[in-house]
Design a protein around this ligand. Structure first.
Ligand SMILES: [Zn+2]
Ligand SMILES: [Zn+2]
Length: 187
């Protein structure tokens, strides 16, 4: 087991689950239904779960011979910025997770790398990496407020949706028009 895993988890951390009351007998189950504050940096650059927002855990913990299988749903509000019109996006994200946390010295523990399968650490499970992966994977890298968002006017930077249909930047001076053409080519 690598050194950093030997570091004790904080049992009070919102995404650390205590499995003391889950019998080790395979087939035993326990349900978790709770709301915890979202950790920092849960998301991508342009969109993510605000720190401290309500993260709903609706999970099932199941004893299996090699460890504890955690499955269920994580639901959270997400906020971000539309990549085209820069307006705020707010939405709700629901992801399903399923992850095995292996007992120390189980066959799984001995035959897998730490980044392949989670580990039970004492009586605790750290769900944060799993939740983080699931949330990040489900978020769009290029978030948009809606699929057909028309974005911004390239000339004045105003959202097309806030502009009249006949909005335009007619330039009578040909030198100005040529300059604009140049600027656009550089983009
Ligand atoms: Zn937009
Ligand atoms: Zn404009």
């Amino acid at each position: 087991m690598p050194d950093y895993l030997a570091n004790r988890l904080d049992p009070r951390a919102p995404l650390v689950l205590d499995i003391r009351d889950l019998p080790r007998r395979p087939g035993s189950m326990r349900a978790i239904d709770r709301v915890v504050p979202a950790p920092a940096d849960l998301g991508l650059e342009l969109i993510g779960v605000p720190e401290g927002a309500d993260l709903r855990l609706d999970l099932r913990l199941e004893s299996v011979s090699e460890g504890v299988l955690v499955s269920g749903a994580v639901t959270a509000p997400v906020t971000g910025e539309c990549g085209r019109c820069l307006r705020e996006i707010s939405d709700t994200l629901a992801v399903t997770i399923q992850e095995l946390f292996a007992y120390a010295n189980s066959t799984t523990d001995e035959t897998t790398e730490e980044d392949e399968v989670g580990r039970v650490q004492g009586d605790l499970i750290d769900l944060e990496p799993t939740a983080r992966d699931a949330v990040v994977l489900a978020l769009p890298t290029n978030p948009v407020c809606r699929a057909d968002c028309p974005g911004l006017c390239q000339e004045c930077g105003t959202a097309w949706e806030d502009l009249p249909a006949d909005h335009s930047h007619q330039q009578s001076d040909p030198r100005w028009a040529a300059l604009q053409k140049l600027t656009r080519t550089e983009e």
